[in-house]
Structures are given as structure tokens and as C-alpha cells.
Design a protein around this ligand. Structure first.
Ligand code: ADP
Ligand code: MG
Length: 418
């Protein structure tokens, strides 16, 4: 292992390459075999600190590579430990995220003796019980299911050295904080804790004060990262014509792997039904689908046999698919941060992608706020029908978008296609 350099990880330093990172050769091999050539910015800043055992608060938007930023230091720190005990626990909000982190762990750690296991609800307890009884050194768990196991008395966390709270803001949104608190209260106090989050609402700041000890803050600029590499585009359309506009879009060239967001489960189901009638087949993933339905839909999307996947925000949280070509907002999200999360699904790790939003008149105010939030004007194409619905004029579309006194977003800061 390299000598730790106290200046590593400072904001002014250029990105380190993996070869310059304090990681064992077996881990560098794992990284290379995953096809990662250089660390993402959050990885470059986190890894050198985390391998020293420092507590860390990392904020960076979705898709910035946070998983490897904590898995690699975990593996590095445990390389010399005997098997059969739990040394590290990663808490994550959804089963998809748990499974995904487990997959990354298997790949990154394939040349080590360390084993990881994902523990989540909706499947049998027994295989997970075996993992928790000494079958794995690194546990990646959703809070509810882990508590189930803990209440049965066989989970031994006495050797735990590292705790990671992944996607802390999403755990907050999903109401998991009491469970998290319950779990953390039963872990050894003398441990390294790392907390990762795309955003830092006040509750998460408070939580980090409670759980972390003298943490190092590693913060990536979320707004600019959100815009980088993604070309954004909006289409103004009557609410009742969204499906037909979408079906036209989906037939265009280059629509190879398209993630479509709706605001409710009901709208997701309805959209897939309507698209099917128009001859477009699409998978659906949302909270009311069973585990096996979700896995099947995701797998079909991942392997390309289903090129369109319709999702709600919570269900999409766990989706990590390489090469999503487009994200389409069938519904504009009410929260600007949600927009950032959604478009973070495309152009992942600096690939180019397109984010297209279908904006109805009712959604214009939310869309204006999104532009303000990401600090970027998004080109709008008007596809409203001038002859339709005279009782509901679309006049606002042609008016100046920004009311007097409201500062318009800068129009020149970023490159974008439209
Ligand atoms: P986050 O947790 O920040 O949302 P992930 O850890 O899920 O991001 O990573 C997002 C995507 O980027 C994944 O597909 C992952 O394989 C890929 N990725 C991570 N690190 C690198 C890297 N150094 N080089 C290329 N791709 C990477
Ligand atoms: Mg993540």
C-alpha cells in the first residue's frame, strides 16, 4: 500500500489515476476489469481519505460513481482480515440498489477473499441468514429486512469496523431514518462511518452529526454536474396528447434505450397500456410490482430486449443500466432535484445522452423552477395544437417565460444541443 499523502484529496489537486491510489494491486485489477480507466471525481477525492479510516460525508449527484468510492476503501481496509465475520455494513434504501452494490462488490473484489451479500425484503430469509451467520464479510442491506434478521438474534456486529449510509436523502424520503437509527444504535461506536447523499437536506446534516465523528466533507458541485454531458430539451404539448407525442419520439432513430418517467404508478401502467395499443412495447417498474416482475423488467431493459422502460421515481432509484440513450419525462417532476436525479440516469459517467421533457401548460411553473435550479435555459419546442381546445388557450407558451423581476437563468453557461 502506498504511503498516505496528507495532501491527497484536496479540492485543488488534479484527479488521481487508479494507479496512484492507495489501493492494493488486486483491487486495481478488479477496477480495470470493470472497464474503469480513471476514477470519477468523487472517487478520486474519497478513496485516499477513506482508506485511512476517516469518516466521510460525500455529496455528488446520481451517476457520479459513489458506489465504488466506498466499496474500494472497504475492500482495501479489510484485505488482511480473516473470513467469517461481518466487518462492514452498507445501508441502502432499495433492494435494487442493494443488488447493484453487491454486483459491483463481486466484480471489484473478485481477486480478494472477501465476500459480500445483499440483504433485502421480498425474498426468503434463509440464504440471507447464512450470509449473516458468517458467510459474508460485507453486508449490503435495506434497513427493514436487516432489522428483521437482527431481531432473531443471530447477527453479530461486534467486529463491525465500517458503516456506510448510501443514498441517505432517499432513505429520508422513504421514511427509513428511524430504522437506520435503530440499527446504528446497536453497532460498535468505534468504527468508520461514511455517508453518501445526492443532496444534503437539514435532516441529513443533523443525522451526520449524530452518527459521524469529525467527518471530512467531500462535495461535488451538484448543479453543474447535473447539466454536464446531458442535452436537455422540452416539448410543449397538451396534456392529453403526451402519449401520441411520446410514441412518435420513441420511433425516432437513436431511441435505443429509453427510460420514461411518470409521476404515479397508475400513470405508468396506463401509459404502457396506451403505448401497446399504438404498437410500442414497454416494460414497467414501480413500487406495486413484485420483486420478480421488477427484476424481469430490469433485466429485459438491461439486455436490450425491451428498449423502453417506464418507471416512477422511487422505483427508478435503483436502476443502473449502462448506455441509457434517453430519459423522457412524460410528467414533469414537481421537485427540481427529482429532475436532476432522473436525468442523472443518462449520460452516466460522462456519456452523452438526451433528456426530453413533455411539458403541459399546468407543468410550466414547475419546469421554470427546474431551469432556475439547474442554472440553464432549456430549449422548448412548441407542439401544442393551435386549433385544439379553444376554451383552454395555450397562449402562455408564446409569452416570455420569465415574469418581470424574476431573473432568467443564464443562457450561455453550458453547451447544449438545441
Ligand atoms: P452513484 O452511486 O453516484 O449514483 P454509481 O456508483 O451507481 O453512481 O455509478 C454510476 C455508473 O458509473 C455505474 O454504471 C458505474 O459502473 C459507472 N462508473 C463508476 N465509476 C466509474 C469509473 N471510474 N469509470 C467509468 N464508469 C464508472
Ligand atoms: Mg449510489
Amino acid at each position: 500500500m502506498n504511503e498516505p499523502n496528507p495532501t491527497q484529496g484536496e479540492a485543488s489537486q488534479p484527479n488521481k489515476q487508479y494507479d496512484e491510489m492507495p489501493l492494493h494491486e488486486t483491487l486495481r485489477r478488479g477496477v480495470k476489469e470493470m472497464g474503469y480507466t480513471e476514477p470519477t471525481p468523487i472517487q478520486a477525492k474519497t478513496i485516499p481519505q477513506a482508506v485511512l479510516g476517516t469518516d466521510i460525508i460525500g455529496t455528488a449527484q446520481t451517476g457520479s460513481g459513489k458506489t465504488a468510492a466506498f466499496l474500494l476503501p472497504i475492500l482495501e481496509r479489510l484485505l488482511r482480515e480473516p473470513t467469517g465475520r461481518i466487518y462492514a455494513l452498507v445501508l441502502t434504501p432499495t433492494r435494487e440498489l442493494a443488488l447493484q452494490a453487491e454486483t459491483f462488490l463481486k466484480k471489484l473484489g473478485r481477486h480478494t477473499h472477501l465476500k459480500g451479500a445483499a440483504v433485502y425484503g421480498g425474498v426468503g430469509m434463509e440464504p440471507q441468514q447464512r450470509a449473516l451467520r458468517g458467510g459474508a464479510e460485507i453486508i449490503i442491506a435495506t434497513p427493514g429486512r436487516l432489522l428483521d434478521h437482527m431481531s432473531r438474534g443471530y447477527v453479530d456486529f461486534r467486529h463491525l469496523r465500517i458503516l456506510v449510509l448510501d443514498e441517505a436523502d432517499r432513505m429520508l424520503d422513504m421514511g427509513f431514518i428511524p430504522d437506520v437509527r435503530d440499527i446504528v444504535g446497536r453497532l460498535p461506536r468505534n468504527r468508520q462511518t461514511m455517508l453518501f447523499s445526492a443532496t444534503m437536506p437539514p435532516e441529513i446534516v443533523r443525522l451526520s452529526r449524530e452518527f459521524l465523528n469529525n467527518p471530512r466533507m467531500i462535495r461535488m458541485e451538484e448543479k453543474t454536474v447535473a447539466a454536464a454531458g446531458v442535452s436537455h430539451r422540452a416539448i410543449l404539448v397538451e396534456a392529453n396528447r403526451k402519449t401520441s407525442i411520446l410514441s412518435d419520439l420513441l420511433r425516432q432513430e437513436g431511441m435505443d434505450s429509453v427510460l420514461v418517467f411518470t409521476k404515479t404508478k397508475h400513470r405508468a401502467d396506463r401509459l404502457s397500456f396506451q403505448l401497446q395499443k399504438m404498437g410500442v412495447r414497454a416494460g414497467v417498474i414501480h413500487g406495486d410490482k413484485s420483486q420478480s416482475q421488477r427484476v424481469r423488467a430490469l433485466e429485459a431493459f438491461r439486455n436490450g430486449s425491451q428498449r423502453v422502460l417506464i418507471a416512477t421515481d422511487i422505483a427508478a432509484r435503483g436502476i443502473d443500466v449502462e448506455g441509457i440513450s434517453h430519459v423522457i419525462n412524460y410528467d414533469v417532476p414537481h421537485e427540481a432535484a427529482t429532475y436532476v436525479h432522473r436525468v442523472g440516469r443518462t449520460a452516466r459517467a460522462q456519456k452523452e445522452g438526451d433528456a426530453i421533457s413533455l411539458v403541459s401548460r399546468e407543468e410550466q411553473d414547475d419546469f421554470d423552477r427546474i431551469e432556475q435550479f439547474i442554472g440553464m435555459a432549456i430549449a422548448r419546442e412548441n407542439k401544442t395544437d393551435p386549433n385544439a381546445a379553444p376554451q383552454a388557450p395555450m397562449g402562455r407558451f408564446s409569452q416570455p417565460r420569465h415574469r418581470p423581476g424574476v431573473r432568467p437563468p443564464p443562457r450561455h453557461r453550458y453547451q447544449h444541443k438545441f
